[in-house]
Ligand binder design. Sequence first.
Ligand SMILES: *Cc1c(COP(=O)(O)O)cnc(C)c1O
Length: 375
Amino acid sequence: MINFKTPYWLLEETLLENNLKILANIKERTGVKILLALKGYALWQSFPLVSQYLDGCCASGLHEAKLSDEKFKKELHTYSPAFKEEDIEEIATISKHLIFNSPSQLRRFSTLAKEYNSKLSIGLRVNPEYSKSPVELYNPCGLYSRLGTTIANFDETLLERLDGLHFHALCEQDSSALEKVLEAFEDKFGKYLKDMKWVNFGGGHHITRKGYDIEKLISILNEFKNRYPHLQIYLELGEAVGWETGTLVSSVLDIVHNGIDIAILNTSAEAHMPDTIIMPYRAEVRGADEAGKKSYTYRLAGNTCLAGDVMGDYSFDKPLEIGDRIIFEDQMHYTMVKATTFNGISMPSIIIKRKDGRVEVVKEFGYEEFRDRLS
Ligand SMILES: *Cc1c(COP(=O)(O)O)cnc(C)c1O
């Protein structure tokens, strides 16, 4: 790997397949269908592998829907906080499920959408108003949330148009959190389920994380199925698919000193790993520990001119030198899909280590990506 020019994202397909096998096992033991949430992971050069295990994609609008149609080709479920009229024809034509966020969107577009695709299955996202999301930014059921219809706004005259209900209320959570959300969901919306064909439990299920209680998930799903045997259950997972399947590899460009030692890297927290700043969270660095634990501590920082473009403080066994590789762990989800060319810095290349050991550079970025986003 030493020869590849940094920075680059490196997906390891073997690790991806390990996650997919965990998900396939859940499908087998419960009959649920599992979709890939493109919002979190959309490295389509790996879709030939992902589509062997998962049932399709969930998209949040026209562009993700088109990507699923072109590159994944299985079931496509499209939900958007608010659809635009000009997109409905194309989305309806390629989708299997179309899920609306509000009664008003459902009233405006469901009949039109069915004209474009008579087999389209129509759903409504509801807000169960229960969530213990650890971070408010990622809490779809937080105060004043626009995501999903609350029971107070639910209108029973819509029932005749509906084939399914959808909720998405979790963020990086365990099956015990799902259990609580389901209670709230059934409490509020359970009476409508007899008229439905499917129910979608959204994402945020951290299934592939070590320690996630998979057996509990399986019993929750099977118990739900026993209560509502006529319903097809769907999960739509982003993070759990890409979880710990690859790295972001960068190099030290310079080391400066201002009270502490600071290593400037050829990648950026702001542009390439934005959740480290937004969420925020601390990315693991291979071979490094928390500040002060090992002998040599550095602040790792990006090469943009944003003062806060900092990944965090890390300690190493040996002093860092210019040219050393810094490898950030678990950088496949919510990174590439969010990355920008802010400040004109180049996006990391994308490299895939295939199952047979071949290493392929599938994408390199240059000046053109920066220029062509602007005009
Ligand atoms: C973000 C999102 C998902 C995927 O969430 P993960 O936390 O990545 O599993 C699924 N469904 C909807 C509606 C979402 O907004």
